[in-house]
Design a protein around this ligand. Structure first.
Ligand SMILES: Nc1ncnc2c1ncn2[C@@H]1O[C@H](COP(=O)(O)OP(=O)(O)O)[C@@H](O)[C@H]1O
Ligand SMILES: [Mg+2]
Length: 333
Protein backbone atom coordinates (compact mmCIF):
# COMPACT_ATOMS: atom_id res chain seq x y z
CA UNK A 1 0.00 0.00 0.00
CA UNK A 2 1.24 3.41 -0.76
CA UNK A 3 0.29 4.79 2.54
CA UNK A 4 -2.14 7.53 1.82
CA UNK A 5 -5.04 5.92 3.64
CA UNK A 6 -5.10 4.79 7.24
CA UNK A 7 -1.46 5.44 7.61
CA UNK A 8 -1.73 9.16 7.31
CA UNK A 9 -4.08 9.16 10.22
CA UNK A 10 -2.15 6.75 12.29
CA UNK A 11 1.41 7.86 11.89
CA UNK A 12 1.39 10.95 13.99
CA UNK A 13 0.55 13.42 11.36
CA UNK A 14 -1.14 16.24 13.10
CA UNK A 15 1.32 18.00 15.31
CA UNK A 16 2.49 20.60 12.88
CA UNK A 17 1.62 23.23 15.42
CA UNK A 18 2.36 21.21 18.45
CA UNK A 19 5.96 21.98 19.13
CA UNK A 20 6.59 21.33 22.76
CA UNK A 21 5.50 24.62 24.22
CA UNK A 22 2.44 24.97 22.03
CA UNK A 23 0.93 21.76 23.36
CA UNK A 24 0.71 23.10 26.85
CA UNK A 25 2.98 20.27 27.75
CA UNK A 26 2.99 18.68 31.14
CA UNK A 27 5.89 17.31 33.03
CA UNK A 28 6.36 13.59 33.12
CA UNK A 29 5.36 11.89 36.38
CA UNK A 30 8.57 11.09 38.30
CA UNK A 31 10.38 11.14 35.01
CA UNK A 32 8.02 8.53 33.55
CA UNK A 33 6.73 9.84 30.24
CA UNK A 34 4.68 6.84 29.15
CA UNK A 35 3.12 4.37 31.53
CA UNK A 36 1.15 1.19 30.79
CA UNK A 37 -0.65 -0.60 33.59
CA UNK A 38 -2.49 -3.89 33.27
CA UNK A 39 -3.03 -3.39 29.55
CA UNK A 40 -4.74 -6.29 27.76
CA UNK A 41 -6.00 -6.83 24.25
CA UNK A 42 -7.74 -9.95 22.99
CA UNK A 43 -8.41 -10.92 19.40
CA UNK A 44 -11.12 -13.56 19.68
CA UNK A 45 -9.67 -16.14 22.02
CA UNK A 46 -6.09 -14.93 21.59
CA UNK A 47 -4.58 -12.80 24.33
CA UNK A 48 -2.29 -10.74 22.13
CA UNK A 49 -1.39 -8.46 25.06
CA UNK A 50 -1.96 -9.74 28.55
CA UNK A 51 -1.85 -7.54 31.68
CA UNK A 52 1.12 -5.64 30.34
CA UNK A 53 2.95 -3.03 32.47
CA UNK A 54 5.70 -0.74 31.30
CA UNK A 55 7.34 2.56 32.21
CA UNK A 56 9.17 4.59 29.59
CA UNK A 57 11.38 7.20 31.22
CA UNK A 58 11.61 10.62 29.68
CA UNK A 59 14.86 11.01 27.76
CA UNK A 60 15.49 7.27 27.54
CA UNK A 61 15.81 4.82 24.71
CA UNK A 62 13.55 1.97 25.77
CA UNK A 63 13.27 -1.20 23.71
CA UNK A 64 10.55 -3.78 23.51
CA UNK A 65 11.83 -7.05 22.15
CA UNK A 66 10.46 -10.53 21.71
CA UNK A 67 9.87 -13.26 19.16
CA UNK A 68 7.50 -12.78 16.24
CA UNK A 69 3.90 -12.82 17.35
CA UNK A 70 4.80 -11.86 20.95
CA UNK A 71 2.44 -8.86 20.89
CA UNK A 72 4.90 -6.00 20.40
CA UNK A 73 3.18 -4.26 17.51
CA UNK A 74 -0.16 -4.65 19.27
CA UNK A 75 1.30 -2.72 22.24
CA UNK A 76 2.22 0.11 19.86
CA UNK A 77 -1.22 0.00 18.28
CA UNK A 78 -2.79 0.28 21.73
CA UNK A 79 -0.63 3.27 22.64
CA UNK A 80 -1.32 5.07 19.39
CA UNK A 81 -5.09 4.61 19.49
CA UNK A 82 -5.38 2.15 16.61
CA UNK A 83 -6.81 -0.36 19.08
CA UNK A 84 -8.50 0.28 22.36
CA UNK A 85 -7.38 -1.95 25.24
CA UNK A 86 -9.92 -4.33 26.76
CA UNK A 87 -8.42 -3.49 30.14
CA UNK A 88 -5.78 -1.27 31.60
CA UNK A 89 -4.53 2.28 31.58
CA UNK A 90 -2.07 4.07 29.35
CA UNK A 91 -0.86 7.49 30.41
CA UNK A 92 1.39 9.92 28.59
CA UNK A 93 2.86 12.78 30.62
CA UNK A 94 0.23 12.02 33.24
CA UNK A 95 -2.72 12.14 30.82
CA UNK A 96 -4.90 9.19 29.93
CA UNK A 97 -4.47 8.03 26.34
CA UNK A 98 -7.11 5.29 26.30
CA UNK A 99 -10.07 6.45 24.23
CA UNK A 100 -8.05 8.92 22.17
CA UNK A 101 -8.05 8.58 18.40
CA UNK A 102 -4.76 8.23 16.52
CA UNK A 103 -4.64 11.89 15.50
CA UNK A 104 -5.29 12.94 19.08
CA UNK A 105 -2.45 10.73 20.29
CA UNK A 106 -0.27 12.38 17.66
CA UNK A 107 -1.32 15.81 18.86
CA UNK A 108 -0.44 14.80 22.39
CA UNK A 109 3.16 14.43 21.15
CA UNK A 110 3.62 10.82 20.06
CA UNK A 111 4.84 9.98 16.55
CA UNK A 112 5.43 6.52 15.20
CA UNK A 113 6.74 4.56 12.29
CA UNK A 114 5.44 1.22 11.08
CA UNK A 115 6.99 -2.21 10.87
CA UNK A 116 6.07 -2.34 7.22
CA UNK A 117 6.86 0.93 5.51
CA UNK A 118 4.02 3.21 4.58
CA UNK A 119 5.26 6.05 2.45
CA UNK A 120 3.54 8.21 -0.12
CA UNK A 121 5.28 6.44 -2.97
CA UNK A 122 4.58 9.00 -5.67
CA UNK A 123 5.61 12.02 -3.64
CA UNK A 124 9.16 13.24 -3.24
CA UNK A 125 11.03 12.85 0.03
CA UNK A 126 10.44 16.50 0.81
CA UNK A 127 6.73 16.19 0.08
CA UNK A 128 6.49 13.06 2.20
CA UNK A 129 7.85 14.91 5.20
CA UNK A 130 5.64 17.93 4.56
CA UNK A 131 2.62 15.66 4.25
CA UNK A 132 3.43 14.35 7.69
CA UNK A 133 2.81 17.81 9.11
CA UNK A 134 -0.25 18.78 7.09
CA UNK A 135 -3.42 17.56 8.54
CA UNK A 136 -4.61 20.22 10.82
CA UNK A 137 -4.91 23.65 9.35
CA UNK A 138 -5.25 26.35 11.93
CA UNK A 139 -6.47 28.77 9.35
CA UNK A 140 -10.17 28.83 8.48
CA UNK A 141 -11.78 28.56 5.05
CA UNK A 142 -11.53 32.26 4.23
CA UNK A 143 -7.87 32.32 5.14
CA UNK A 144 -7.29 29.26 2.97
CA UNK A 145 -8.81 30.97 -0.03
CA UNK A 146 -6.97 34.24 0.43
CA UNK A 147 -3.77 32.75 1.87
CA UNK A 148 -3.14 35.04 4.76
CA UNK A 149 0.30 36.18 5.80
CA UNK A 150 -0.02 33.97 8.86
CA UNK A 151 -0.66 30.95 6.71
CA UNK A 152 2.33 31.70 4.53
CA UNK A 153 4.51 32.01 7.62
CA UNK A 154 3.22 28.70 8.88
CA UNK A 155 4.03 27.02 5.57
CA UNK A 156 7.49 28.49 5.67
CA UNK A 157 7.97 27.12 9.16
CA UNK A 158 6.83 23.66 8.04
CA UNK A 159 9.21 23.70 5.11
CA UNK A 160 12.17 24.61 7.26
CA UNK A 161 11.16 21.93 9.75
CA UNK A 162 10.99 19.39 6.91
CA UNK A 163 14.46 20.46 5.80
CA UNK A 164 15.83 20.09 9.31
CA UNK A 165 14.45 16.54 9.61
CA UNK A 166 15.65 15.45 6.18
CA UNK A 167 19.11 16.76 6.97
CA UNK A 168 19.11 15.03 10.32
CA UNK A 169 18.32 11.71 8.65
CA UNK A 170 20.92 12.28 5.92
CA UNK A 171 18.30 12.62 3.19
CA UNK A 172 18.56 16.25 2.16
CA UNK A 173 20.54 15.26 -0.94
CA UNK A 174 17.62 13.21 -2.24
CA UNK A 175 14.83 15.56 -1.23
CA UNK A 176 13.48 15.68 -4.80
CA UNK A 177 13.56 11.92 -5.40
CA UNK A 178 10.27 10.08 -5.44
CA UNK A 179 9.92 7.87 -2.39
CA UNK A 180 9.41 4.82 -4.58
CA UNK A 181 12.85 5.30 -6.17
CA UNK A 182 14.74 5.35 -2.89
CA UNK A 183 16.88 2.42 -1.81
CA UNK A 184 15.32 0.51 1.05
CA UNK A 185 17.57 1.87 3.81
CA UNK A 186 16.68 5.43 2.87
CA UNK A 187 12.99 4.58 2.79
CA UNK A 188 13.26 3.52 6.42
CA UNK A 189 14.99 6.80 7.26
CA UNK A 190 12.39 8.79 5.38
CA UNK A 191 9.66 7.36 7.55
CA UNK A 192 11.56 8.47 10.62
CA UNK A 193 12.13 11.93 9.14
CA UNK A 194 8.41 12.25 8.54
CA UNK A 195 7.64 11.26 12.12
CA UNK A 196 10.24 13.70 13.47
CA UNK A 197 8.74 16.58 11.51
CA UNK A 198 5.71 16.47 13.80
CA UNK A 199 8.09 17.44 16.64
CA UNK A 200 7.10 14.60 18.92
CA UNK A 201 8.01 14.30 22.54
CA UNK A 202 7.98 10.50 22.17
CA UNK A 203 9.04 8.72 18.99
CA UNK A 204 8.02 5.10 18.70
CA UNK A 205 9.66 2.95 16.04
CA UNK A 206 8.41 -0.49 15.04
CA UNK A 207 11.38 -2.58 13.91
CA UNK A 208 13.20 0.32 12.26
CA UNK A 209 16.11 -1.95 11.35
CA UNK A 210 13.88 -4.55 9.68
CA UNK A 211 15.33 -5.44 6.28
CA UNK A 212 18.53 -3.43 6.82
CA UNK A 213 22.00 -4.90 6.56
CA UNK A 214 24.47 -4.73 9.44
CA UNK A 215 26.11 -1.51 8.33
CA UNK A 216 22.81 0.25 7.70
CA UNK A 217 21.58 -0.94 11.07
CA UNK A 218 24.64 0.44 12.85
CA UNK A 219 24.14 3.80 11.09
CA UNK A 220 20.50 3.84 12.06
CA UNK A 221 21.25 3.11 15.69
CA UNK A 222 23.66 6.08 15.72
CA UNK A 223 20.88 8.25 14.35
CA UNK A 224 18.49 6.99 17.01
CA UNK A 225 20.99 8.00 19.68
CA UNK A 226 21.24 11.42 18.05
CA UNK A 227 17.48 11.76 18.11
CA UNK A 228 17.46 11.00 21.80
CA UNK A 229 20.30 13.48 22.21
CA UNK A 230 18.03 16.14 20.73
CA UNK A 231 15.62 15.64 23.62
CA UNK A 232 13.15 13.15 22.17
CA UNK A 233 12.32 10.00 24.11
CA UNK A 234 12.56 6.88 21.95
CA UNK A 235 10.55 3.67 22.35
CA UNK A 236 11.69 1.01 19.96
CA UNK A 237 10.41 -2.40 18.97
CA UNK A 238 12.97 -4.82 17.74
CA UNK A 239 12.95 -8.47 16.93
CA UNK A 240 16.72 -8.81 16.99
CA UNK A 241 18.24 -8.31 20.44
CA UNK A 242 21.63 -7.58 18.96
CA UNK A 243 20.33 -4.43 17.34
CA UNK A 244 19.17 -2.83 20.57
CA UNK A 245 22.11 -3.89 22.73
CA UNK A 246 24.21 -0.82 22.14
CA UNK A 247 21.55 1.86 22.41
CA UNK A 248 18.95 0.84 24.96
CA UNK A 249 18.78 2.08 28.52
CA UNK A 250 16.05 -0.40 29.32
CA UNK A 251 14.84 -3.48 27.52
CA UNK A 252 11.48 -5.15 28.11
CA UNK A 253 11.01 -8.63 26.72
CA UNK A 254 7.63 -9.92 25.61
CA UNK A 255 6.45 -13.40 24.84
CA UNK A 256 2.89 -14.61 24.33
CA UNK A 257 1.48 -11.20 25.21
CA UNK A 258 3.26 -10.98 28.55
CA UNK A 259 6.32 -9.21 29.80
CA UNK A 260 8.72 -11.97 30.74
CA UNK A 261 11.76 -9.88 31.60
CA UNK A 262 12.94 -6.31 31.98
CA UNK A 263 16.26 -4.64 32.72
CA UNK A 264 19.43 -3.44 31.12
CA UNK A 265 20.42 -5.21 27.90
CA UNK A 266 23.01 -7.18 29.87
CA UNK A 267 20.45 -8.26 32.45
CA UNK A 268 17.83 -9.48 30.02
CA UNK A 269 20.41 -11.29 27.91
CA UNK A 270 21.28 -13.44 30.86
CA UNK A 271 17.71 -14.14 31.89
CA UNK A 272 16.97 -17.84 31.23
CA UNK A 273 13.32 -17.02 30.42
CA UNK A 274 14.49 -14.77 27.62
CA UNK A 275 16.88 -17.32 26.25
CA UNK A 276 14.10 -19.89 26.23
CA UNK A 277 11.62 -17.54 24.56
CA UNK A 278 14.07 -16.80 21.77
CA UNK A 279 15.63 -20.14 21.26
CA UNK A 280 12.64 -22.25 22.20
CA UNK A 281 12.87 -25.70 23.62
CA UNK A 282 14.09 -28.51 21.42
CA UNK A 283 10.48 -29.52 20.88
CA UNK A 284 9.65 -26.04 19.59
CA UNK A 285 12.57 -26.14 17.20
CA UNK A 286 11.43 -29.49 15.85
CA UNK A 287 7.94 -28.09 15.35
CA UNK A 288 9.32 -25.11 13.47
CA UNK A 289 11.35 -27.27 11.18
CA UNK A 290 8.32 -29.45 10.63
CA UNK A 291 6.22 -26.41 9.76
CA UNK A 292 8.87 -25.24 7.33
CA UNK A 293 8.85 -28.58 5.61
CA UNK A 294 5.12 -28.38 5.22
CA UNK A 295 5.56 -25.03 3.54
CA UNK A 296 3.51 -23.21 6.12
CA UNK A 297 3.51 -19.48 5.46
CA UNK A 298 4.25 -17.08 8.27
CA UNK A 299 1.74 -14.63 6.78
CA UNK A 300 -0.98 -16.26 8.81
CA UNK A 301 0.51 -14.91 12.01
CA UNK A 302 0.60 -11.33 10.79
CA UNK A 303 -1.96 -8.79 11.68
CA UNK A 304 -4.28 -7.61 8.97
CA UNK A 305 -2.71 -4.19 8.68
CA UNK A 306 0.73 -5.67 8.31
CA UNK A 307 -0.37 -8.05 5.64
CA UNK A 308 -1.74 -5.14 3.66
CA UNK A 309 1.50 -3.21 4.15
CA UNK A 310 3.63 -6.15 3.19
CA UNK A 311 1.87 -6.65 -0.10
CA UNK A 312 2.54 -3.06 -1.04
CA UNK A 313 6.22 -3.39 -0.33
CA UNK A 314 7.01 -6.46 -2.31
CA UNK A 315 10.57 -6.39 -3.52
CA UNK A 316 11.71 -3.70 -1.10
CA UNK A 317 13.43 -6.09 1.21
CA UNK A 318 11.16 -5.53 4.20
CA UNK A 319 10.43 -8.29 6.67
CA UNK A 320 13.39 -10.14 5.28
CA UNK A 321 13.62 -12.26 8.36
CA UNK A 322 9.99 -12.38 9.36
CA UNK A 323 9.05 -15.67 10.88
CA UNK A 324 12.64 -16.65 11.64
CA UNK A 325 13.82 -16.93 15.19
CA UNK A 326 17.19 -15.27 15.35
CA UNK A 327 19.72 -17.03 17.45
CA UNK A 328 22.58 -14.57 17.14
CA UNK A 329 21.36 -11.98 19.60
CA UNK A 330 22.95 -13.37 22.73
CA UNK A 331 26.47 -12.96 21.46
CA UNK A 332 27.91 -9.64 22.70
CA UNK A 333 28.26 -7.04 19.93
N1 LIG B 1 -5.91 -7.33 14.07
C1 LIG B 1 -5.63 -8.55 14.52
N2 LIG B 1 -6.56 -9.53 14.50
C2 LIG B 1 -6.30 -10.77 14.96
N3 LIG B 1 -5.11 -11.13 15.49
C3 LIG B 1 -4.13 -10.20 15.54
C4 LIG B 1 -4.34 -8.87 15.07
N4 LIG B 1 -3.20 -8.16 15.24
C5 LIG B 1 -2.33 -9.02 15.80
N5 LIG B 1 -2.88 -10.24 15.97
C6 LIG B 1 -2.25 -11.40 16.58
O1 LIG B 1 -1.74 -11.01 17.84
C7 LIG B 1 -0.49 -11.64 18.09
C8 LIG B 1 0.55 -10.56 18.33
O2 LIG B 1 0.81 -9.90 17.11
P1 LIG B 1 1.82 -8.70 16.99
O3 LIG B 1 1.50 -7.70 18.04
O4 LIG B 1 1.79 -8.23 15.58
O5 LIG B 1 3.20 -9.42 17.33
P2 LIG B 1 4.71 -8.92 17.14
O6 LIG B 1 4.69 -7.50 16.72
O7 LIG B 1 5.35 -9.15 18.47
O8 LIG B 1 5.33 -9.82 16.11
C9 LIG B 1 -0.20 -12.50 16.89
O9 LIG B 1 -0.61 -13.82 17.20
C10 LIG B 1 -1.04 -11.90 15.79
O10 LIG B 1 -1.41 -12.85 14.83
MG1 LIG C 1 5.40 -6.59 15.03
Amino acid sequence: MTGAGSEGRASGTCSAHSAHGARGERGADNGILLQLRGVSKRFGGLRAVDAFDLDVREGSITSLIGPNGAGKTTVFNLITGIYRPDEGRITFAGRELVGKLPHQVAEAGIARTFQTLRLFENLTCFENVLAGQHCRGRAGVAASIFRTAGQRREEERMRSEAERCLRQMGLWGCRDELARNLPYGNRRRLEIARALATRPRLLILDEPAGGLNEEETAGLMDLIEEIRGSGITVFLIEHDMQVVMGVSDLVAVMDNGQKISEGTPEEVQQDPRVVEAYLGTEDDTDEMEEADKMGESNESSMSETEQIGKTGNAGCGGDRDAGRVRTDWHEPA
